[in-house]
Unconditional design. Structure first.
Length: 367
């Protein structure tokens, strides 16, 4: 008798994730001198993910306190939510003071993006999303899975190794009203090339004129110019516009990758709108993962609530940022000795990502 065909027989093999797939290749390579340049993780001088001293102290204090681990509320640990708002917008931002900002704890920065995507999709179902060309590898599939039509705007210029500013702004002016504009707040992934200074004024002006929905991906606070300096982009958007979404990740800034600590903040027109938005965000969280994990958020909240640990954290972020910059300088110096091209542009890039300017053939040869 012929066995019945499996109910899952029509399931096709999904395409391999570009970033994690490269990591799998790296793991399988037996070369003892191999270096993984694919995954967005900060490593110390020993090639290890560091345990920050501020995190270690906060973790030990929480363990010693013997705190139980009950379910959190759908929107997360209250102390964490308040700390995130202060860190992102400052202690006296007008939008926060007016109750215009609602924040929820999320499962990493990716979780913040997903909750935000689902929220927009429900209340603006016809909106398309426009993202930079190129952008973080997970942006497109994440928003596609949420049901969005994906469009792009010009961004990186391989000729100048900078932004195609005039083309980018012209494209943004042509985006249909009510569309979503996805932006990297700092340390653009994957190019390392950022919108800077007065360029942001032009972007904010266009967003206001076109009544676009700005969605900021803010995963590298402190890795650009500094913790306060990097937050200025989100603060400027919140001051100028009635609606802004900001997804944050604490994986890099606290070296808490496996704890999946993130958030989503939504700036609204007024406090009543903020309350309604929060009620819908909680409903979406409830039907997705119900409530977020506790431990990582308690660590972040404990560090930010302590003057001593917060000061220590800021120093440790400076150490990580300075090491990334020193690695860029060393890379440029070593490339100079081997390739007769000018790689000085790498020093102008920010964060842990870079478009090196090497050709495909050169990259394959290095691999």
């Amino acid at each position: 008798m012929r066995p019945e065909e499996s109910l899952l027989a029509n399931v096709k093999m999904a395409p391999r994730d570009a970033i994690l797939g490269l990591t799998e290749t790296y793991v399988a390579d037996p070369n003892p001198k191999k270096v993984n340049l694919g995954v967005g993780v900060y490593y110390d001088d020993q090639g290890k993910v560091p345990l920050l001293e501020c995190v270690r102290r906060a973790d030990e204090a929480l363990t010693a306190a013997g705190i139980a681990r009950p379910y959190l509320a759908m929107d997360g640990f209250p102390e964490f939510v308040r700390a995130v708002q202060t860190l992102l917008f400052g202690p006296s931002h007008p939008a926060v003071a007016a109750g215009r900002v609602t924040t929820v704890q999320a499962v990493g920065g990716t979780g913040g993006l997903k909750v935000g995507a689902d929220f927009i999709r429900r209340f603006a179902p016809e909106a398309a999303i426009y993202m930079s060309d190129p952008t973080y590898d997970n942006h497109r599939p994440l928003f596609e899975e949420a049901g969005f039509r994906i469009e792009s705007y010009p961004y990186y210029d391989p000729r100048t190794r900078g932004i195609r500013l005039a083309e980018m702004l012209a494209a943004m002016r042509a985006i249909p009203k009510g569309s979503v504009l996805l932006l990297h707040a700092c340390c653009h992934n994957p190019t390392g090339v950022d919108i800077r200074g007065e360029q942001w004024d032009e972007v904010i002006k266009i967003v206001a004129e076109r009544r676009l929905i700005p969605f900021l991906d803010f995963a590298y606070q402190g890795f650009g110019d500094g913790i306060e300096e990097d937050a200025q982009v989100a603060r400027r958007f919140a001051e100028a516009l009635p609606v802004v979404l900001v997804a944050m990740s604490f994986s890099k800034s606290f070296s808490l990758y496996g704890e999946r600590v993130g958030s989503l903040s939504v700036v609204t027109a007024d406090s009543g709108e903020a309350a309604r938005v929060l009620s819908n965000l909680k409903r979406m969280i409830r039907t997705n993962y119900s409530n977020p994990p506790t431990h990582g958020a308690r660590i972040v909240a404990s560090v930010l609530a302590s003057a001593e640990l917060s000061a220590l954290w800021k120093k440790e972020v400076v150490v990580m940022r300075d090491r990334v910059r020193s690695m860029r300088r060393e890379l440029v110096e070593r490339l100079k000795k081997r390739i007769p091209d000018d790689f000085g542009f790498i020093l102008q890039q920010r964060g842990i990502f870079s478009y090196s300017g090497l050709s495909r053939e050169q990259m394959v040869a290095m691999r």
